[in-house]
Design a protein around this ligand. Structure first.
Ligand SMILES: [Zn+2]
Ligand SMILES: [Zn+2]
Length: 486
């Protein structure tokens, strides 16, 4: 029932191979035992290449290359999204002669799906039928979620040369991540830190061709410099993304409350939001931005892509808060708005800490358990330390963390503020009506999610048994996030 909220501000920590003390060099024989089997010394080459050459590539040909072992499946949208990005990176690396190869390990459901998926892949694959090898690789690299890209160095003499988070490295650094050595990654991180240290609102939001933003008229230009000294929210969002469309009105109302409170307070302090669009065409950009009372980057401005990369934005909606000094305050603006509404302003650590203390205090006076109008079982108050933790509220569908009312029977969980207390004797008909409307909502959510929404870390193997029994729990695990891709 836990969902990953990715509350870390800094996702620099790389997941590395568990050290078992046995260093291994990727010699031909190691490679063969890793990627081949008793009677198979080859890998399938890409279907495009297969037309021209032999259908197979000898495993020994991979010797001396940096190898990405790529666990993925056609049926899972985040894999398909990552696949597109990976193809771009791979082709660029190949065209500049880099010593890189990828081997696809399929989690597809059948041979047709595998062949379909492989059709677009310019790299090598383990044959679909070789279940044994696929299983062994999953086990060896302890693959817990897909997509997963494990990077092996040609001379794997040190355990810490194996990177398990190739997906993140590719999303974050693209081709620059190659050859994925510790030295290279350290260098990229230093570079990134240098950029963040010298960050200002002007260098974030301008480029050589543009030093202005658009206001709601879309034609009037507002100088970026007018944001200096303000707290600024960068709102990465798109009209095609349902969670974005649901979050925007809430953000508008909170924005207006913050602006009003600052005006009443006086003193020149100000808050502004800049919409960074991921819309697919000018007209959706205009109709979506038309609902927003703040500023925007022009549609398809190159800075939008730069910002997404720079802040490592993988999911929308995303609200990044920049302080009056131009430095990043938090990338968790959306969560903080959901948790604390307008009280979240100015989103600083000190503010969040004091809000958390207030919540702790307030929780002391909350009833230990409660019947909620939207659920048939008794809900129990839980805290972070007593079975709680990050969750999706089954009532308002937004993220929560810390205190929650949780159904110990089925995992249903709501924010304390979303509780609509009822007495257990309250009319059965009411309850039936509520359950029925919830079922309808579940259905619409399901349809949507099949297409776009993604769960954070889906079980790559089998869906967890418990969750398939309980619709509410299952629903909670379907965290509503959207991939931010240009
Ligand atoms: Zn809620
Ligand atoms: Zn329940």
């Amino acid at each position: 029932m836990k969902v990953e909220m990715n509350l870390d501000n800094d996702s620099n920590n790389l997941v590395q191979a568990p050290t078992n003390g046995n260093s291994e060099k990727l010699s031909p024989s190691t490679l063969s035992s890793l990627l081949g089997s008793k009677d198979r010394y080859y890998l399938l080459c890409s279907t495009a290449a297969a037309a021209e050459t032999d259908q197979q590539v000898k495993i020994s040909d991979l010797e001396g290359k940096v190898i990405g072992i790529y666990f993925s499946a056609n049926w899972y949208p985040p894999c398909r999204n990552f696949n597109r990005v990976l193809i771009g990176v791979y082709e660029q690396l190949k065209s500049n002669g880099s010593n890189f190869e990828i081997v696809f390990v399929s989690s597809d459901e059948d041979l047709d799906a595998f062949n379909n998926y492989r059709e677009n892949m310019p790299w090598l694959s383990i044959p679909f039928s070789d279940l044994e090898t696929k299983k062994a690789l999953n086990r060896k690299y302890d693959v817990e979620s897909i997509p997963c890209l494990v990077i092996l160095q040609p001379d794997n003499t040190k355990d810490d040369d194996t990177y398990y988070d190739g997906v993140e490295l590719i999303y974050r650094y693209g081709v620059d991540a190659f050859p994925f050595t510790k030295e290279k990654l350290d260098e990229l991180r230093r570079e990134e830190k240098r950029k963040h240290d010298s960050q200002t609102v002007t260098n974030l939001l301008t480029n050589p061709e543009r030093d202005y933003l658009l206001d709601q008229t879309i034609t009037r230009k507002v100088p970026v410099d007018s944001l200096k000294g303000k707290t600024v929210g960068l709102y990465l969002s798109a009209q095609w993304c349902m969670p974005c469309v649901e979050f925007t009105p809430k953000l508008i109302s909170i924005y207006q409350k913050i602006k009003q409170a600052l005006q009443e307070k006086g003193g020149g302090e100000d808050f502004e939001i800049v919409f960074v669009s991921n819309d697919r065409d000018q007209s959706s950009f205009e109709s979506y931005f038309g609902t927003m009372p703040w500023l925007a980057l022009p549609f398809r401005d190159p800075t939008a892509r730069t910002l997404a990369k720079y802040f490592d934005v993988q999911w929308i909606p995303c609200l990044i808060i920049i302080g009056p000094d131009g430095k990043t305050v938090t990338k968790q603006g959306r969560n903080l708005i959901n948790l604390y509404q307008e009280n979240a302003y100015p989103f600083t650590d000190a503010k969040v800490e004091s809000l958390e203390k207030e919540l702790e205090e307030a929780a002391k006076s909350l009833p230990r358990s409660e019947y909620h109008a939207g659920h048939r079982h008794l809900l129990t108050l839980v805290s972070e330390g007593s079975g709680g933790g990050p969750f999706i509220c089954c009532d308002c569908e937004e993220q929560g963390s810390g205190w929650a009312y949780q159904c110990l029977e089925c995992g249903y969980e709501v924010h304390p503020r979303c509780i609509r207390a009822v007495t257990p004797q309250s009319s059965i008909e009411d309850r039936i009506q509520l359950d029925f409307s919830r079922q309808l909502r579940d259905v619409s959510h399901e349809r949507f999610s099949a297409d776009m929404a993604t769960s954070p870390i889906p079980a790559r193997n089998q869906a967890n048994e418990a969750s398939s029994k309980f619709p509410y729990k299952k629903k909670k695990e379907r965290i509503v996030r959207q991939v931010f891709c240009f």
